[in-house]
Design a protein around this ligand. Structure first.
Ligand code: ZN
Length: 210
């Protein structure tokens, strides 16, 4: 696992060697072993919904809290884990292409109101490896996604989730963006759906200390 500390913000993301974080027992043991706060996880339904972590339903793909020491997490394998914070409130979201197009970043930012936000983009499929079909590119472009997020080679097209996310963040006025720049597909350290890890997941979690 990697632990990043910026001011009162803590971000932890797991690696393959930590095991499959979709396994609730393994996840619990991992949290205990590293003395981390237990994270609240959304159900993750590939929506663009962001809810307060105290909500009755967690049928969403992003959580928000104003509580200190309350950890929020998401499970991913190629999709983007994104952490947003103004260092007094926190949101952690699971953003695949569907969520991005659906406005999950904008939905999360709306919960903060007008604040200076810091954004973190975790390990995910990147343009070096994230191959898409021509039809996919055409469909995304119809929703307003720019051609510049696609890289065209003689034999393949790749897509940059991170650059699209960064554009959305910048349009919303976010200037501080820390992209960890780790590709789940070509790094051997992470589970990747595209590499056949259909069941295994990375846990990315964050919390704010008092
Ligand atoms: Zn790659």
């Amino acid at each position: 696992m990697k632990h990043i500390n910026i001011r009162n913000l803590n971000i932890v993301f797991t690696e393959k060697s930590d095991g499959n974080m979709r396994d609730a027992i393994l996840r619990k043991n991992f949290i205990k072993k590293h003395k981390l706060p237990f994270p609240v996880l959304p159900k993750q339904i590939h929506s663009s919904l962001v809810l307060n972590a105290d909500s009755h339903s967690l049928e969403c793909d992003g959580l928000f809290t104003q509580e200190q020491n309350k950890a929020l997490g998401v499970l991913t394998a190629d999709c983007m884990p994104v952490v947003l914070t103004d260092f007094s409130s926190l949101s952690v979201i699971h953003a695949g292409w569907r969520g991005l197009i659906g406005g999950i970043i904008e939905n999360a930012l709306r919960m903060f109101g007008k604040k200076e936000i810091f954004a973190f983009i975790g390990p995910s499929a990147r343009k070096c490896c994230y191959e898409v079909q021509e039809g996919f590119a055409e469909n995304l472009k119809k929703t307003g996604v720019s051609e510049r997020f696609f890289s065209r080679f003689s034999d393949r097209i790749t897509f940059s989730l991170q650059e699209l996310a960064e554009e959305k963040l910048k349009i919303c006025g976010i200037k501080e963006i820390y992209d960890i720049s780790l590709c789940t597909i070509c790094s051997q350290n992470f589970f990747s759906y595209r590499n056949g890890n259909f069941e295994e997941r990375i846990l990315t979690m964050a919390w704010l200390e008092d």
